[in-house]
Design a binder for this molecule. Structure first.
Ligand SMILES: [Zn+2]
Length: 271
């Protein structure tokens, strides 16, 4: 914890904590028993504030047709997910790298570099479903709680220290950042993601295919995986786990790939 965080912790009133703990515990029914005392409303407010940092640090891709398409695919996944108490927002970041991430509270971003590697909508839905899995399991709220404690988060939500959002965001793609969830949680997001992808009527094989492709690409162009691999286990290890899980799922009769619709979107993406 840095100096500013410690100062905030000292400043927070201990009496406020017990009241907020009693009122603030939201659960999605998964990941029960984990240390997580941040309410859904607090999580959404934090996420909203972090989106300002995303806009400062990254180029948000300004193409309404592409953004609407990604939001549409996201909505289809969200409908079948375990957490529906929040509104999910999907955005695209213009960057030639393989990455996607979910902020607290359901703000999800996919990179154009990753979208250009995809062959159909089921693969985009697979990436989105993994991120929705993180949100449904409340991994970032849990991680922030564990790293900084509730009082720090409460003061962050109240906007008492706006500079802290930039500070927390500055190292999100590192092992000390709040998007570093660890192996167990990444596998959980993969399992939830495959479950949602399948339940939404998509070809769940899209997740396996995309991971196989990324596994090969990782060896050839490691520079494009720096952010991704600083927060995720090697894709080869995830692939083996996902294949095992996918085999156990009861598949829909005619799962969607929507290859033509995706091709139209892909053609618009920057090179
Ligand atoms: Zn992940």
């Amino acid at each position: 914890m840095n100096g500013m965080a410690r100062a905030l912790l000292r400043a927070a009133a201990p009496a406020a904590l017990s009241a907020l703990v009693a009122a603030g515990c939201a659960t999605t029914g998964i990941n029960k028993g984990q240390f997580n005392i941040v309410s859904s409303a607090e999580e959404v407010e934090m996420g909203r504030q972090f989106t300002a940092e995303v806009e400062k640090e990254y180029k948000v891709y300004d193409n309404p047709a592409v953004t609407a398409y990604v939001q549409g695919v996201g909505n289809r996944i969200v409908k079948v997910c375990d957490r529906t108490d929040i509104e999910y927002r999907f955005g695209v970041i213009e960057k030639d790298e393989m990455n996607a991430f979910a902020l607290p509270g359901g703000f999800i971003y996919v990179y154009t570099g990753l979208m250009r590697q995809m062959d159909d909508e089921s693969q985009l839905a697979a990436v989105i479903a993994h991120e929705v899995g993180h949100v449904a399991a409340r991994h970032s709220a849990e991680r922030l709680s564990q790293m900084y404690g509730y009082q720090f988060i409460a003061s962050l939500v109240l906007g008492k220290n706006p500079g802290m959002y930039a500070e927390l965001f500055s190292n999100i793609f590192s092992t000390t950042g709040f998007l570093y969830f660890g192996r167990k949680n990444e596998y959980e997001a993969d399992r939830l993601g495959a479950k949602y992808l399948n339940a939404a009527g998509y070809e769940v094989g899209g997740m396996v295919e995309l991971m196989s492709k990324l596994k090969d690409l990782e060896g050839r162009e490691p520079a494009k995986f720096e952010e991704w691999l600083s927060t995720h286990p090697p894709t080869g290890e995830r692939l083996a786990q996902v294949q095992g899980y996918v085999a156990t799922l009861a598949k829909p009769a005619s799962p969607a790939r929507n290859k033509d619709a995706y091709a139209k979107i892909k053609a618009q993406l920057p090179k």
